[in-house]
Design a protein around this ligand. Sequence first.
Ligand code: ZN
Length: 261
Amino acid sequence: MIALTIDCEQWNCPLLEGKKVNENNETSFSKKGNEIILDLLDKYKIKATFFITGYFAEKEPEQVRLIKENGHEIACHGYNHFYRDNKDLDIKQDIVKAKGILEKITGENIKGFRAPQMQYSEKLIEILDDLNFKYDSSLHPCYLPGYYNNLTKPTEIFKPLENCDVIEIPASVSSFRFPISWLFIRLFGINRVIIACKKLLKKNMRPVLYFHSWEFIEMESKYVPFYYNFHTGKSFAKDIEKLIREFKNAPFVPLETLIKI
Ligand SMILES: [Zn+2]
C-alpha cells in the first residue's frame, strides 16, 4: 500500500520567510491546485488524505465538501499554518478551532492530524490524544537544518507514548533518510522517489508521500526562495501521474485505511 497525502492550506510561505505581503493567506492557489489533484486522483480511481487547515476550510467550504464527496479522507492541518518558532501560538486552541470547523463542514469526526511545517513533538501527541485524534502524521524522520532533526526517530508507523492511543504515521524517507516528498520531488526528480518507494515496498514498509495543493499550479511568487516556485504546475502534476502509473497495482489508500481505523 502507498498513501498520497496532500497538505491544503492558505499560502503563507512569504510570511514564513519573514515577509509581510498581500499574498499571505491567499487560498486561491491551493483551491486551483486541488481541482487538478481531484481530476488526477479520479482518473486513476485513487483515494488520498487531504490535511486541510481550518482557515482554508472557512474560506472554501464547498471545495472541502467536494473533496469528501469524492471519497477522500479529510484530516486536520491546524488553523493558523504558522507553527514553526511561533511562540505566541496556543497550539491546542489552534487545533480545537480547526477540528471544529472541519467537523462542522464534513459532519464527521476528524481522526488525523498533521502539524504545519511538520512540527512533530511528544507534547503534540498528548494534545492530539486529549482531543480524540486517532493518528498523527507530522513526523518527517530526517534532518532539515533550521526545521528539525529527527534522524533518531522511527521511520515506520509506531505508538509514540505509552499512555496515549495516538498512532504516528511518519512521512517516508529513502533508506539514507533523504526526503522523498514535495520540494524534494521537484528538485531531485520523481525517478529517485520511485526507486525509494520500490525499496520500501520490498521491505514491507508502506510509503507515505506528501505534497501541497499549491504545488500543482505554476507558482511565481517573488517573495520566496526559488525552490518554492521551481518545477511547480504541469511538470509537477506529470511527475505525480508517473508515480501513480508506476504503482498502479499498489494500491493507493488514505491514511485511515493504511492503519485500519
Ligand atoms: Zn502545510
